[in-house]
Design a protein around this ligand. Structure first.
Ligand SMILES: [Zn+2]
Length: 365
């Protein structure tokens, strides 16, 4: 079967490989669509980061480069291994793409399995990936979805779960204190900022987004996930948020840029006792203004991945509270992965939110 594999920085190859063997407790999924993620671009430009370098196998998967890429995918079950009685050939599914040590509790009550030692991802550190025609996944990480959710939109459930967990970390969630009527400020309208906004809107939160790019601001409005978009090069974001909240400030803020000035702006725009969730991956140290945190008794929280977030995220999509179609901005085949997909996201990233790849070529016009 055909698969896109990471060999080393700047070296991703589409090639023919043997399908993974079907083992006890696993199912084979024919991949319908797989999104290209910022993490994939980082591996290509600056890696290996999550991918295990050649000769340095990942401690859990035991695999090293080359590894198949792709961790944001949807598909259809094509083969069910022994030991599974609640999946059938033809089921539509998405994958929570974790590689987690066998002795970690990954049960429905766990809130920490994503923070366990050596945690990594299918499609980065081994165990196949979504940028291949099929992938074999353990039952634990397979989530069934309704046939009513189009498979292209379903490929965005993984990054949407990142947004869902970020919202959970803020304390505003479907299960938590009533989020309706609260005001959230999001710094950055890239894919994760937009999908976090989509979750907040679905919960009834008023969403204000700050974003330099005109195209991205327009996307946030067109997709209906932001109530107000601000251009920080033209307006004073802190003053605007104060006006919108009768001088109080935002209840929660989400940092989705890893840019220092955005971090400072969000801290200034929060109300006293507000919560700042840092969603972006910071590749450099920040100059954190501790005085701001102290004088407003702010809570600053990190968030990474998701933990038991997929079922609730899927529910938001199945119920129609979140429409993922506006975020799909391109569809390509596996051959176009680097020249079309990566090139667009690296060099013209304002024009794209999520580019989906069809490893089989089905669905490409
Ligand atoms: Zn991703």
């Amino acid at each position: 079967m055909r698969a896109a594999r990471f060999y080393d920085r700047g070296d991703i190859r589409v090639e023919d490989i043997d399908p993974q063997p079907l083992e006890f407790g696993t199912a084979r999924i024919d991949v319908a669509w797989c999104g290209i993620c910022g993490t994939d671009l980082h591996e290509y430009l600056d890696g290996p980061i999550f991918c295990p370098a050649c000769g340095k196998p990942h401690p859990i998967s035991g695999e090293d480069a080359p590894v198949t890429l792709g961790h944001e995918f949807s598909g259809v079950v094509s083969e069910v291994g022994e030991g599974i009685d609640d999946l059938a050939v033809g089921d539509h599914v998405v994958v929570e793409p974790y590689i987690i040590a066998d002795d970690v509790d990954t049960g429905p009550d766990s809130t920490t399995y994503h923070l366990s030692e050596n945690m990594n991802f299918i499609g980065l550190a081994g165990r196949g990936g979504g940028l291949s025609e099929n992938v074999v996944v353990r039952r634990r990480w397979i989530h069934k979805i309704s046939d009513s959710v189009p498979l292209d939109q379903a490929a965005l459930i993984e990054p949407l779960s990142v947004g869902y967990h970020a919202v959970e970390r803020s304390g505003l969630s479907a299960d938590g204190a009533s989020p309706a009527g609260k005001t959230a400020l999001i710094g950055g309208a890239g894919p994760i900022g937009l999908l976090t906004a989509a979750v907040l809107k679905a919960l009834g939160v008023r969403v204000v987004m700050s974003e330099l790019s005109e195209l991205r601001r327009q996307k946030a409005l067109d997709a209906g996930v932001a109530d107000v978009v601000l251009n920080p090069s033209e307006v004073d974001v802190v003053a605007e948020v104060a006006t919108l909240t009768d001088g109080v400030g935002a209840d929660v803020a989400f940092e989705c840029t890893s840019v220092q000035v955005v971090l400072d702006t969000l801290m200034d725009a929060l109300r006293p006792t507000g919560v700042l969730v840092v969603v972006s991956i910071w590749g450099h140290r920040s100059e954190f203004d501790m005085h701001k945190l102290v004088m407003k008794e702010l809570d600053v929280r990190g968030t990474i991945g998701y933990v038991n977030s997929h079922p609730k995220t899927i529910e938001l999509v199945e119920s129609g509270k979140i429409d993922l179609s506006p975020f799909i901005t391109g569809k390509i085949g596996l051959d176009g992965l680097v020249d079309e997909g990566f090139d667009t996201l690296i060099n013209r990233n304002e024009t794209a939110v999520k580019i989906l790849v069809s490893p089989s070529g089905n669905g490409i016009d």
